[in-house]
Structures are given as structure tokens and as C-alpha cells.
Write a protein that binds this ligand. Sequence first.
Ligand SMILES: Cc1cc2nc3c(=O)[nH]c(=O)nc-3n(C[C@H](O)[C@H](O)[C@H](O)COP(=O)(O)OP(=O)(O)OC[C@H]3O[C@@H](n4cnc5c(N)ncnc54)[C@H](O)[C@@H]3O)c2cc1C
Length: 463
Amino acid sequence: MSGGRYDLVILGAGPAGYVAAVRAVELGFKVAVVEGRRLGGECTNWGCIPSKAIINAAKLAKSAKLGRRAGVSLRLEGVDPRKVLDFARRASTRSREGVRLLLSEVDIYEGFGRLVKGGVSVGGEVLEAGRVLVATGTDPAPVPGVSFDGEVIISNREFFEAPQIPSSILIIGAGAIGAEIGQALARLGTKVTIVEIMERPLPYTDPEAGEAVARALKKDGVKLYTSSKVAEVRREGSEAVARVVTPKGTVEVRVEKVLIAAGRRPNTSGIGLEEAGVELAGKGWVITNDYLQTSNPAIYAAGDVAGPPYLAHKAYREAIIAVEHAAGKEPWLPRGPVPSVIFTDPEVGYVGLTEADAEKAGLQVATVKYPYTALPKDYTTYSPTPTGFLKLVYEEGTGRILGAVAVGNSAAEIIHEVTLAITNRLTIKELAKTIHSHPTYSEAVGEAAYTALGMPIHGKEAQ
Ligand SMILES: Cc1cc2nc3c(=O)[nH]c(=O)nc-3n(C[C@H](O)[C@H](O)[C@H](O)COP(=O)(O)OP(=O)(O)OC[C@H]3O[C@@H](n4cnc5c(N)ncnc54)[C@H](O)[C@@H]3O)c2cc1C
């Protein structure tokens, strides 16, 4: 049965799919979106949005403890484990409704779609498509020796669908997801164990950032095992017992839930990609060119399914590039570096090259580190981050900014000024010339640049 003819059919309504639909409508396309689960995808329903909601709830619990530093004593009367998740779900619902509104001029088909000759099939209908965008994202991946059972050994999806937050949890992986959820739960009263195979949390960024997060997790009561591995998890009634191999020996951890947060796998199997001549790499990631076009020129792929970094804002940008190219426009390229933010406390933001990356690339690298202890804004808050800092990586000689890492309050915000600098090939001098308001965390950017130029102002004592 023919379900209609479209200029663009999009598989998946996550950040890549729905943004592609919005831009395609603006460009005059007739658009259909096919979604097998919920509008908004992983980010809205089981990822970015509900995780940030529980982080905010946890911040409130922490504030109750810290307020007395500012002379305001608050009493934490309790944490309702059900209402915390209800709050997170309400945030997801609002976000999902927002997506639905954005798609008001798009035909939405519910069901898992599959590429077929000339279009996409969904629920017995065939949608004829001029172009197809594959934006099917990822599924949570198990780890060797531990598989999901959906009840006790769970992924982020079951975690956010549960009636309440657990009283104890073991999290496999101290990447962004594990560190954020682990810290939030610990602050909300859950007994949290995190097991990370690498030597520190957030192993893919600047070591100092990972070490700062490790210290903070421990301070919040998280039992953190690094350079360690969960070898086996067995069910005992409604609980799980995990065997954790650590450098100091094997320990057993008994918990209500085990959350696997150690990787994702692409949703590319069984949806007709190979038959359509779309080439895949590695575990099934779609290979694309700069315009997100696959080896079949009528088929584009964007977002997580097109490879790392697995971030919503990277998905947004790729979606726009893909659709503009499909419409015969010349999209903005290159994409610029993709900033990453981890919403732990301290927050971590990073962008561009680390010092080690830049050296590996054969560049003459210099760095400057500006500590939050020289940042008046940080003195004014009841939750200061005295171990915080902004580190800029730049090219010796030209002063061209290559990368940055920020750790501490507002790191998630200030990293974007550096992103703008890298995207526009700005130098240390240009950052120094930029006037920053006082007192703000953004002052760290200007102060770091002044320091790099040998003219430290407020950071003089810290040098
Ligand atoms: C706990 C957690 C926290 C996160 N926090 C952040 C954060 O703070 N910031 C950030 O930038 N990123 C975050 N992410 C990552 C972010 O969620 C993803 O990068 C983003 O969702 C990718 O968007 P996407 O559109 O590529 O894929 P997805 O969001 O995965 O959407 C793909 C959609 O396609 C649908 N689909 C799959 N197959 C089919 C099919 N055959 N037919 C129809 N529909 C199909 C799926 O149901 C899904 O809705 C987080 C992820 C998790 C798990």
C-alpha cells in the first residue's frame, strides 16, 4: 500500500531526525518522519533531558547541606525516590511535546521503518522517497560477560522508566553517563558503586579533568573502582551480585540494580541498508562524506548512527548539513570542533585538541592554566569549585587556539567562547582583547589569555 510520496523520509525522530525535518520543511520539502519509539529519541526520553533533571534534583539536596556556608540553614526533609523520577519524566514529556510542535508540518508515522526500493516501508505502507535520511541512533550495548535482563541489569532506558530510583546501584562505566547519574544518585541517597575499566573517569579527556571528577565522586560517597572490571553479574532473587576484579583483588558487590553505561551500538542492522548499497564500518556505523551522504547518494545518515562524538548537538549540526546538501544548497563546512560537556559537579567542558593530541599531530604546543582560585566569581557562591580551572591549548608562535578544557562551575558555558575562537581560528591575543564582564566565570578566558601573553592580571599570585 502506498503511504504517500515525499521529498524526504527520515528514519528516527531523535535530535538528528527531528532537526532534519524542521530544516527540510523550511527548505520547502514535503517530509515524513518514521519513529519506532518516542519523538525526541534517546536524548529527550532516556538521555540528556531526564539525566539533567535528576542532576538538578541532586543539586538541590546538596545545596541543603552547603547553604549554611552562606548563613542559610536548610533542612533536607527527605528525598522521595518516586517523585525524583516523576520529575525527570515530566521534563522528558515537556521536551517531547516541544518536538511534536516543531513537527506540526511533517507527517509522522509510528513504527520501525525499513529501506525498500524507492522509499521506506513502515507498518505495511510504503512511503515513496526522493531522499532518505537515516537517523536511527544507537541502542545501549552490553559489556563482555554481562547482558541486560531489563529488570535488574538495566540500561538508561529501564532506569528512567522505573517507578523509583534504586536504593543501591552498580554502574558499569565512568564515562559521561555513568559519572553524571552516579553522582546524582549518591547525592539523592542511593548507595553507588562505579566500576571503570580505565584508570580514571572520563578517560577520553584531559587527565586533570578525570581526576577532579574522581575526587568529587568519592567525596559524594561513590565507591569508585578504576582500572577494574565487572567480570560477572548473577541474579539472587530481586538483587544482583557483581564480581568486580580490581587491582587489589576481587570483590563482590550486592545491589538492587546494575546499570550498564559503557557503550552504544548503532541501529543499522535489519533496516535494508546493505541492500540499498550503504556502506557500513566497524560495528555497523554508517560511512558518510562531509555532507553526510552515504555510498548511495540518495541516502544520508546523521547523528549517532554516523559515528562519534555521540552528542545531541553534533546530531543537530549534521542533520542541517545533510538536508541542505539534499536540497542542493552549499552547507557551512567545515563543521568546527564539537564541544563536549559533562554535567558532573565539578562540571567539565572540553573542545578541540588536548595537549597530548596536539603534540601527536606534530604541532608546537603551549598551554596556559587559569585556576578558579583566582576567579572572584567563584568566591561568591556557596558551592565554589576551588579545584576548578580553565586550560587553553594553543600553537606556539601563532597563538592560534587549538583546544581547551574547563573544570568547575559554569565550565559547560565558558567552553563555548573557546569553541567560537577555534571555529573562527582566533588567537590568544584576540581572546585577551575581548572584554569580559566582572564577576563572571567567563573572565577565566580573558585572564588565561593575558597570562599566556606574559601579562597575568588577577592570576598573578597563582602563577
Ligand atoms: C543517559 C544519557 C545522557 C546523555 N546526555 C547527553 C547530554 O547531556 N548532551 C548530549 O549532547 N548528548 C547526551 N547524550 C547523547 C544523546 O542522547 C545522543 O547523542 C543523541 O540522542 C543522538 O541523537 P540521534 O538523533 O542520532 O539518535 P537517537 O536520539 O538515538 O534517536 C534515534 C531515533 O531513531 C529511532 N529508530 C531507530 N531505529 C528506527 C527505525 N528502524 N525506524 C524508525 N525509528 C527508528 C529510535 O527509536 C530513536 O528515537 C546522552 C545519552 C544518554 C544515553
